[in-house]
Design a protein around this ligand. Structure first.
Ligand code: PGU
Length: 432
């Protein structure tokens, strides 16, 4: 064992600090530790963090070797054999792209321009042509990346730092927003007394809304309720942050799921939109998304875009290329695009049939004394079951069925082979 002394000089202050490095001859001469005489003394101040409420469940599920285990935690589509589903349209696009022998050069900071055009056109539908010269967009690192850009931009330039999210909402909204320096406030999404939507926030607030397939409740506003929300947003001067992670999964139809986006855009509500292609193209790990901002004029759009580029450059420089190419290829190719639409319809349809199957077994076969109507009333990938944390814990401990503590189940994880086992488990934990 011997010690070496390293002197580091900082040119700015001319301060010299000493660091004593220890090497161990017993450890093959490898560096085994560093003891700075001043300043840093290791990460003793770093507390152990909790596991992620959604991805932590996948980790627990993986460790379980029970053959009938079920993962209903993460919102990731599975086919009827419980396997991840690679969409045939995506496979075709990848094969065609490979033939083109494309390079892997950096994308511009705001990403692939063709992809951004196609993605935003799909989200804003008929309104797109009338707003395109005021719309600023950036390809994002999936939906989460779009939310990150939104919240960092708002934190820097929006006058209020309070953001109102529905109670409940997707858990990671709060992490992303608070990391960007925004203060999380909640509005009561559903008022059980009026059986209506309840969005209470002071004037000029930032309000996060789920464009379709609300996560975790699976309860979306009706068109009439969206119109009411628009009225309130207008009267109170709110800024709308629209999260659209599930276009196509609410109704099985891309166009029908754009009601909220089109409503706000056509009424010139100041808004950001966060799109994800994780679910509807099954491109989870490719991280394909799009951030867009509706501004007041082309001149404002130009200033906004200049700052957006600076923000992207400082965050991750430029987005990944492969997934956006796949999405763009599908969106631009008429035949492939309609094939994709059918594949999404198929996924949405399988989810609906699993809702029906689960409810039927619980109510008709097992004679549950509870109503399970909400399983089929709710839409999108999730069902907010109403199971309490204790029942959720029993499901994982005794039945090897994994779901988030708030009682949300990802219907996409249910299939014809496990639905009965799941129904029996739910019946068992709700029978006492
Ligand atoms: N917004 C909402 C409402 C979401 O549910 C999700 C994903 C995202 C954005 C972000 O998805 P990206 O993959 O970044 O595009 N929620 C899923 C997936 C797992 C997770 O928590 O990220 C879920 O299970 O809730």
């Amino acid at each position: 064992m011997f010690s070496g002394v390293l002197r580091a000089h900082t040119t700015a202050s001319r301060v010299t600090s000493k660091a004593v490095f220890q090497y161990s001859s017993l450890n093959g001469g490898k560096f085994v530790g560093c003891n700075l005489q001043r300043g840093f003394h290791g990460w003793g101040n770093v507390p152990m963090g909790p596991p992620d409420p959604i991805f932590g469940i996948s980790e627990a599920f993986k460790k379980d070797d029970f053959p009938k285990k079920i993962n209903l935690g993460v919102g990731a589509y599975r086919d009827d054999t419980g396997k991840p589903y690679i969409l045939p349209s995506v496979q075709t696009a990848e094969v065609e792209l490979l033939k083109q022998d494309l390079d892997k050069e950096y994308l511009p900071m705001t990403g692939d321009a063709g992809f951004r055009t196609e993605a935003t056109r799909m989200a804003y539908g008929d309104v797109y042509d009338s707003i395109r010269d005021r719309l600023v967009s950036a390809q994002s690192v999936s939906g989460t990346g779009a939310l990150l850009l939104s919240s960092r931009f708002l934190s820097k330039y929006y006058p209020s730092k309070d953001i109102y999210v529905s109670n409940p909402t997707w858990g990671n909204h709060k992490n992303v927003f608070s990391n960007a320096g925004l203060n999380i406030k909640e509005y009561r999404y559903y008022n059980p007394v009026t059986k209506g939507l309840d969005i209470e926030a002071p004037n000029d607030s930032i309000v996060l809304l789920h464009a379709c397939a609300h996560n975790p409740t699976g309860v979306d506003p009706t068109h009439a309720q969206w119109n009411d929300i628009l009225r309130v947003v207008r009267e109170k001067g709110h800024f709308v942050l629209l999260d659209m992670a599930y276009q196509g999964f609410a109704s099985g139809d891309f166009a029908r799921d754009t009601y909220a986006t089109q409503l706000f855009a056509s009424n010139n509500i100041p808004m950001f939109l966060c799109q994800s292609f994780a679910k509807n193209m099954g491109l989870y790990g490719e991280r394909v998304g799009c951030f867009s901002a509706l501004t007041a004029s082309p001149e404002e759009a130009a200033r906004f875009e200049s700052q957006l580029k600076i923000l992207v450059r400082a965050s991750y420089s430029n987005p990944p290329v492969h997934g956006a190419r796949i999405a763009n290829f599908i969106l631009k190719n008429k035949n492939l695009r309609s094939q994709w639409a059918n594949e999404v319809k198929g996924m949405a349809g399988r989810i609906i049939s699993m809702r029906q199957a689960l409810r039927t077994i619980l109510e008709n076969d097992l004679n549950s004394k509870h109503s399970w109507k909400h399983i089929t009333d709710q839409i999108g990938m999730f069902c907010y079951t109403g199971l309490n944390p204790e029942q959720v814990a029993t499901l994982s401990k005794d039945w090897h069925i994994y779901l988030t503590k708030n009682g949300r189940i990802s219907i996409a994880g249910i299939n014809s082979s496990n639905v009965r086992y799941l129904a029996e488990a739910i019946h068992s934990v709700t029978s006492h």
